[in-house]
Write a protein that binds this ligand. Structure first.
Ligand SMILES: [Zn+2]
Length: 374
């Protein structure tokens, strides 16, 4: 691999391509409080380091406690109570640091995509002291990263140019490769919460990446299902085309015939892949294009930015032969102004009461897709 070294600032270490084909460049820096910062781009980033946000006075502390009836870990991250909540419009911690404003998380005047450890991380790389309890507890080992999709404050996966979306997909791939190579990490999940309806407090286009030291319960169930049979490959072959939204010969976006959330959409590939790390360049382009189409379709549905949770599910460590990479969009709007709440039956019993039939939502989205010529 060709390595490009640049003395770009007093802090910039190495700016290097992450692969031989269609390289993306990665610059590494360490913040004053020890957190990693990566700047990714289609060219080498060499802007000088600006002012930095001062470190927090309290070090993050979190731990896990075992819930004996649900048979799952609960993560206590009480320092997160103090995280940035709807800052004033003039100040955004994910914008580039410009001379006339307060320092942000990204101490450069500009960047293409930035990734850094969350200032209010729920997990930590090293074991912290945990309280002595009468129940099972454990250190909350892992890592929480923020991925800032663009230096521009407005926008979404639906408005960014296709080439930029391809860069984001490649950044996710690089983060998977970096995090999954760590001994303590078992499962990595990039995701995006979009909209105040799902609790978003910072509106700059961004997502998150959680790296877990254990297999979380929802993923453990999927893992079991994939071990028994190739669920997504069978589904693709058996469900009718009336569930299809976007389909090229590489990536398929569809409404699952068992949707739980209104207007739920999944993305999968025609070829089996455990994760983005085995995608071809053509599949990366298809995935970026399909992501853009789905988000644009959602935003046209009620003519407003459509709130959702987007989840990237790749194989946990050791499950690469069975577990198929896919993306789930879980929206929370039933109508333009009605939310889907997880109430007694969903929360208490785990049984979803769905208000819309998957066939109806697929037909509505397909009609809109044709009207909008997406
Ligand atoms: Zn911003």
């Amino acid at each position: 691999m060709k390595t490009v070294r640049e003395r770009s600032s007093q802090r910039g270490k190495i700016c290097q391509p992450t692969s031989n084909t269609l390289p993306i460049f990665k610059r590494y820096d360490r913040k004053q409080d020890g957190r990693d910062l990566f700047i990714y781009g289609t060219k080498c980033h060499n802007l000088p380091w600006q002012k930095e946000l001062p470190p927090l006075s309290d070090k993050p502390q979190s731990h896990l406690r075992w819930h004996p009836l649900r048979q799952e870990w609960v993560c206590y991250a009480v320092h997160r109570q103090n995280r940035t909540f709807k800052p004033p419009a003039a100040y955004c911690p994910f914008c580039p640091t410009r001379t006339d404003i307060l320092p942000t998380e990204i101490p450069y005047r500009d960047f293409e995509v930035a990734v850094f450890e969350n200032r209010f991380s729920a997990f930590a790389a090293q074991a912290k002291t945990i309280p002595q309890l009468s129940i099972d507890s454990a250190p909350a080992i892992g890592r929480c990263e923020i991925i800032v999709y663009s230096s521009v404050h407005e926008g979404s996966l639906g408005t960014l140019p296709l080439k930029h979306l391809e860069l984001i997909v490649r950044v996710w791939r690089d983060r998977y490769q970096d995090l999954m190579a760590r001994e303590s990490i078992q499962f990595v999940m990039p995701f995006e919460n979009r909209g105040e309806e799902v609790g978003v407090t910072l509106h700059h286009p961004h997502g998150q990446i959680y790296a877990f030291s254990y297999i979380p319960p929802v993923v453990a169930k999927m893992q079991q299902a994939f071990r028994e049979k190739p669920i997504l490959q069978e589904l693709r072959q058996t469900m009718g085309r009336e569930y299809y939204l976007f389909n090229d010969d590489r990536v398929l976006a569809f409404v699952p015939p068992f949707q739980r959330y209104p207007y739920e959409v999944w993305l999968t590939t025609h070829q089996f892949h455990p994760g983005l790390w085995t995608f071809s360049e053509a599949e990366i382009t298809s995935l970026a294009n399909t992501l853009s189409q789905v988000v644009r379709l959602y935003d046209r549905l009620f003519d407003r930015p459509f709130p959702y949770i987007m989840l990237l599910y790749a194989a946990p460590k050791g499950e690469e032969s069975y577990f198929q990479f896919h993306i789930q969009f879980l929206p929370c709007l039933r109508t333009a102004d009605k939310l889907k709440y997880l109430a007694g039956c969903e929360t208490g019993a785990g049984t979803f009461l769905a208000d819309l039939l998957p066939e109806e939502t697929a037909a509505r989205l397909r009609q809109l897709r044709d009207e909008e010529k997406l």
